[in-house]
Design a protein around this ligand. Structure first.
Ligand SMILES: NC(=O)c1ccc[n+]([C@@H]2O[C@H](COP(=O)([O-])OP(=O)(O)OC[C@H]3O[C@@H](n4cnc5c(N)ncnc54)[C@H](OP(=O)(O)O)[C@@H]3O)[C@@H](O)[C@H]2O)c1
Length: 330
């Protein structure tokens, strides 16, 4: 009998934003457990260094794929490259994320924190859904943040119109709340026997590059604490931790047998905990889903995910999956 607690061996795992920080440590951890890891970022040199490390230090293997998540065409090409190369995806970790001090928009005219942190994972899940369905059992994991608890979302106003009132921390918190709402809605649309969806907060991990574009106060705080040695960081009280510590929960969610069928939960330190009250509102979850799909006009981009009306009145791949789950539960 196989009594190992990990199921990563032989799995195919995409970790977005794995050229740095928590994502890189997660990619290394999954490769150590025998996964084939699709390493993602924007910088070829940094990505190559991660792939080389995985091949040198682990039994797993790795492939590098580049895409700027502020560019929709790049996201579509990225997903297509994965679909062309693989016939299934067992683990999808939405980890790439960014913060910005100044207001800015993507080429599509969408505020960039919201576009990169929420719309990109939403769109990527959409384009990779057929590969998730083709897996015996797939896990979708999204890196949110405890900061989501300080945010609220109004689908009529994402705070993305114009820059006068822009507050980088608020925009970041809103995108991280959107990550949790997206996760819960995805879990409602999928049968956990086939696909699970969970989110987590890694705690405050000052040693990463996240503060690069961030608001000044955050940059100063992380800059100072980030230089502390791991031994000291690990010993600090509260949610401040090392990069290795931050990667423990995603590695656990991606590989451990104990959470194979757990879905629709928010984790901290490998334990399910309560997320913000607003994140549990299923109407808001559905609304955010629909507004996100509309913002991306997904029907026009990929014939495999036509949003044309289905016989059951639902639309699109996700909705067909939902309809199947509901039929089975009826
Ligand atoms: N550090 C913390 O305290 C903390 C706390 C809570 C949540 N988080 C979350 O943890 C996740 C990882 O953050 P981290 O702290 O490890 O930060 P990090 O060191 O800056 O790593 C971020 C990763 O995301 C990628 N990325 C950033 N912008 C991108 C874009 N436009 N397109 C594609 N990839 C992009 C980066 O790639 P490049 O190398 O190309 O820039 C990098 O690989 C994020 O979702 C963040 O919100 C972090």
């Amino acid at each position: 009998m196989d009594d190992s607690t990990t199921q990563a061996n032989g799995s195919i795992a995409l970790v977005t934003g794995s050229t740095e920080g928590i994502g890189r440590e997660t990619a290394l951890g999954l490769a150590r457990e025998g996964a084939t890891v699709l390493v993602h970022g924007r910088d070829r040199e940094k990505g190559k260094a991660v792939v080389d490390r995985i091949e040198r230090e682990t039994d797993g293997s790795a492939v590098l794929l580049l895409a700027d998540f502020g560019d929709r065409e790049a996201i579509r090409d990225f997903a297509k490259a994965i679909r062309d190369r693989y016939d299934r995806l067992d683990v999808l970790i939405h980890n790439a994320g960014a913060t910005f001090e100044q207001y800015g928009e993507t080429d599509a005219g969408i505020e960039r924190t919201f576009a990169i942190n929420h719309l990109a994972p939403f769109e990527l899940t959409h384009h990779l859904f057929s590969l998730l369905e083709a897996s015996d059992h797939a896990r979708v994991i999204t890196t949110s943040s405890g900061v989501h608890r300080r945010a609220t979302i109004d689908v009529d106003d994402f705070g993305t119109e114009g820059n006068e009132e822009y507050n980088g921390l608020e925009a970041y918190g809103r995108s991280k709340l959107a990550n949790v709402l997206f996760t819960y809605e995805l879990s409602r649309r999928c049968d956990p026997a086939s696909i699970t969806a969970n989110a987590f907060g890694p705690g405050f991990v000052p040693g990463t590059q996240l503060s690069r574009g961030a608001f000044r106060r955050f940059r100063l705080a992380t800059g100072a604490i980030g230089y502390l040695p791991d031994a000291l960081l690990g010993a600090l009280p509260g949610p401040i931790g090392t990069i290795k510590g931050g990667a423990r929960t995603p590695i656990y969610l991606a590989s451990d047998r104990d959470v194979e069928y757990v879905s629709g939960q928010y984790f901290e330190d490998r334990e399910p905990v309560l997320s913000a009250p607003q994140s549990y509102d299923p109407h808001l979850g559905r609304e955010l889903w629909e507004v996100s799909a509309d913002m991306l006009d997904l029907s026009a981009t990929d014939p495999s995910i036509e949003r044309g009306e289905q016989r059951d009145g639902s639309s699109g791949l996700f909705d067909r999956a939902t309809a199947r789950v509901l039929r089975r539960r009826a």
